[in-house]
Design a protein around this ligand. Structure first.
Ligand SMILES: Cc1cc2nc3c(=O)[nH]c(=O)nc-3n(C[C@H](O)[C@H](O)[C@H](O)COP(=O)(O)O)c2cc1C
Length: 188
């Protein structure tokens, strides 16, 4: 058992989300490597769309502070993103925008600076959300995170899981495993 703690979440809160299934599988594979995984559901942390006036008036929403604390308490972030019109979704952007804001106790982007992040994407399309993955990679790097590899995308996601939500492609599982192994070497 390692003392590495990973926070795993999906940029889709849809009930039958492919990215939800994918991040569950990533979390399961991480646990098999001895990583302690917390599965975060963004539905549990609702945030208004970022607005500077709102922040000036009320400060950060409690949920944003709670998310910052959660990010801070983990050595690795594991994120699965859907692709909406070639980009990662507004939910993810809004979550990153609020949680990158400085507070009395930490500077801007401090929850991400130097933190190893593994990125994943799933889509019913053949490209598997690879464009969203690229944009998210650039976003996370901009926040100071250490983005491991190029990420893993799952195309034709509707054919990728069995009835129990398990990934059926061994090469894909191997790619996720390699990504996780690389992430483990990046934790201090
Ligand atoms: C507004 C919108 C835009 C989309 N754009 C893309 C796209 O650019 N590429 C793609 O592969 N799928 C696209 N899709 C399809 C999503 O990949 C699909 O809805 C997927 O199931 C969403 O992820 P989820 O299953 O995790 O919720 C789009 C869906 C929506 C609602």
């Amino acid at each position: 058992m390692s003392d590495i703690k990973a926070l795993a979440f999906s940029g889709s809160t849809r009930k039958d989300s492919w990215n939800g299934k994918l991040i569950n599988e990533v979390a399961h594979l991480a646990e098999e490597k001895g990583i302690t995984v917390t599965r975060l559901h963004l539905n549990d942390y609702p945030l208004p769309i970022y607005n500077g006036d709102l922040e000036e008036r009320d400060g950060l929403p409690t949920t944003a502070i709670e998310l910052q604390n959660l990010f801070n308490a983990h050595n690795i972030l594991l994120i699965a993103t859907p692709e909406y019109n070639g980009f990662f979704p507004a939910l993810l952007k809004n979550t990153l925008d609020w949680t990158s804001r400085p507070t009395d106790t930490q500077g801007a982007s401090a929850s991400f600076t130097g933190k190893p992040v593994g990125l994943f994407a799933a889509s019913p399309g053949r490209l598997g959300g690879i464009r969203a993955l690229g944009h998210l990679r650039s976003q996370m790097a901009d926040l100071g995170a250490i983005v491991s590899g190029t990420g893993v995308s799952v195309g034709e996601a509707h054919n990728a899981f069995d009835a129990n939500g398990k990934l059926t492609s061994e090469p894909l599982i191997d790619m996720i495993d390699s990504q996780l192994a690389a992430l483990m070497t990046q934790t201090a």
